[in-house]
Write a protein that binds this ligand. Structure first.
Ligand code: FAD
Length: 558
């Protein structure tokens, strides 16, 4: 088809030269004669014409005012105009209003200055479709150096432009996502230079007063984790959530970051890669650092509080031990005197004066021992009543007792009521009650030899109270002791060490203050009353039920 057209064009050229139209510029006739006639070189001149005619790029030749004298096939195809409609018309026929005037002005300034112009215009086809044309216009000078013609060549670059825009849009999208991420992001080259970063990185740069955050973080990793982040990352040995601290500046609090590093390979964009001959791409390190300063401070604060509480407890126990040791020592003296007086009385050798002296000594040393004990009595801490959820308090106490429960091999069955109103409580006091009851259950389980040790804890909302049940399958409490265990100084344990027999007495007092009561071995729970249906009833052991009635006004109203 192309060859046919070329042949037709060559025949047309012959016809044209045989009877050139009036007004045909002599230079054009001269040029066409050159093409049509026998060539001087090894190639026939008409070959040049055939080559242009069949070239895949749109070619046009115009006069000095851009009136079209010649177009090739590719021009016809691209513009949609047949050659006959184009000849004699101005190139502006293809113009689309979307091209700014300044572009045309630049084009004309350049070509009239006898230079070649290359640029992009928006062209319109015969059917009204727009396309982007990458156009090159070169002036063709006559022997006097005047511009007689222009040679124009253009191709459709609409798709290239669409691809470029898509690429730019993707890049903008990635940048927006990166900037919105609440994480410091930086892409580093093999020299540690930052190739790409995000908003959080820039904020950190400001906070570090211009010190490069990537350098500061890599240095911190080197100092605190003992390896070179860049070296390791580029070698493909990434790292994840590594917590390091940095000092933003003198006198400022440290900031903490969980850092992750991963190697990414930038694609080879060299020309050889066009045919799939890939050179090795450039390895990069993608550094992601998530600030964890707030969490870190909270953990540190909690650890400090925990330490403080342990120290206070240790000091308290130590103080009590010292006071009790002193009181025991002081009580020993009047006891010795009482023993001596008893022996004297039994032997009948007791003079009333020496007896009176002995009684005075007993009274004096007894009073001193009493005073020592009173001084050791810890001050009662006044606590304000606040609204609290019993489930939360129990959960905290269970957490506190985890070590003891694990050590005793106890299986815990924790069944909190899904919904429980808040009640007005003295939190610390109520926690100490729960803690004491759990400690009792653990001791009761430790005093049995049974391997299956169970502790069931459940809560429920009764009509106008919150109920807590703590059930164990330990030693249990004999029927006749169920009231006595609440008496002060009653100790029923086999192992009495460290037990003063005051725990249940105090627990009952606290629960009474909360408008409730404690019952031992209360009847089996009624599943219809809100307790879990499969709530177990151990064959032996102790079931303890606490009723707390201080519902807050809101909960009581509901
Ligand atoms: P115009 O009023 O014609 O021109 C706009 C501005 O261009 C003017 O204000 C002026 O500054 C400058 N200008 C126009 N003509 C001349 C001149 N003769 N001398 C000095 N300055 C001038 N345009 C296209 O849109 N698409 C094409 O594919 C295209 N191909 C071309 C190929 C060749 C070889 C040449 C020489 C020009 C080509 N042009 C092309 C440019 C075209 O000739 C017009 O200048 C352009 O289309 C603007 O036309 P217009 O009617 O919108 O405005």
């Amino acid at each position: 088809m192309a060859r046919d057209s070329a042949q037709v064009a060559v025949i047309a050229l012959g016809d044209f030269l045989a009877a050139p139209p009036r007004g045909t510029p002599p230079e054009v006739l001269e040029a066409f004669n050159l093409f049509a006639g026998p060539g001087a070189g090894p190639l026939p001149p008409r070959l040049f014409f055939a080559a242009v005619e069949q070239a895949p790029v749109a070619v046009s030749i115009t006069d000095a005012k851009a009136n079209i004298l010649y177009v090739n096939h590719a021009f016809e195809r691209l513009s949609g105009y047949p050659r006959a409609e184009l000849l004699g018309k101005n190139q502006s026929l293809l113009s689309n209003n979307a091209t700014p005037d300044s572009i045309y002005q630049g084009l004309w300034r350049t070509i009239q200055g006898k230079q070649t112009w290359t640029g992009t215009l928006v062209n319109r086809t015969r059917l009204g479709g727009d396309y982007l044309a990458e156009l090159t216009v070169s002036p063709v000078l006559n022997p006097d150096g005047r511009i007689d013609y222009f040679l124009g060549m253009h191709r459709d670059v609409t798709q290239v432009h669409a691809l470029e825009r898509t690429l730019r849009q993707q890049k903008a999208l990635i940048e927006t996502v990166l900037d919105a991420a609440p994480v410091v992001v930086a892409l580093l080259d093999d020299q540690g230079r930052v190739l790409l970063d995000n908003q959080e990185y820039k904020k950190l740069l400001g906070d570090l007063r211009g010190r490069e955050p990537a350098d500061v973080l890599c240095q911190a990793i080197r100092d605190q984790a003992g390896f070179d982040a860049l070296e390791e990352g580029l070698a493909g040995r990434g790292f994840k959530d590594l917590e390091v601290g940095i000092l933003p500046g003198p006198g400022r609090a440290p900031r903490w970051f969980a850092c992750s590093g991963q190697r990414v390979d930038e694609l080879d964009v060299g020309v050889r890669s066009y045919f799939g001959v890939e050179q090795q791409g450039h390895p990069r390190l993608l550094l992601l650092c998530n600030e964890v300063t707030v969490r870190r401070r909270e953990v540190e604060r909690a650890q400090l509080e925990n330490l403080r509480a342990r120290l206070a407890e240790q000091q308290f126990v130590q103080g009590m031990r010292e006071a009790l040791a002193a009181a025991i020592y002081q009580i020993q003296v009047p006891l010795n005197v009482i023993h001596a007086a008893g022996a004297m009385l039994q032997g009948g050798a007791c003079h009333p004066d020496s007896l009176a002296g002995m009684i005075n000594q007993i009274t004096a040393t007894g009073d001193r021992a009493l005073a020592t004990l009173r001084a050791a009595l810890p001050e009662e801490t006044r606590e304000l009543g606040v609204a609290a959820n019993v489930n939360d308090l129990l959960r905290q106490v269970l957490e506190l007792s985890t070590d003891a429960l694990l050590a005793a091999g106890v299986v815990v069955d924790w069944r909190p009521a899904p919904v429980l109103p808040e009640i007005s409580v003295h939190k610390t006091q109520l926690r100490s009650v729960f803690k004491h009851l759990l400690d009792n259950a653990i001791q009761a389980l430790n005093e049995t030899n049974r391997p299956d040790r169970e502790l069931h804890i459940a809560t429920r909302l009764a009509r106008d109270s919150v109920e807590v049940e703590i059930t164990d399958n330990g030693t249990g409490i004999a029927q006749e002791d169920r009231l006595r265990v609440f008496e002060p100084f009653y100790v029923g344990w086999r192992n009495k060490r460290g037990r003063a027999g005051m725990g249940l007495a105090l627990a009952q007092e606290i629960v009474n203050q909360h408008g409730g009561c404690i019952e031992i071995d209360a009847k089996s729970p009624d599943p219809s009353g809100g307790w879990p249906a499969d709530y177990p009833v151990p064959a032996m052991g102790c079931r303890l039920r606490l009723t707390l009635s201080n519902l807050t006004t809101e909960a009581a109203g509901a």
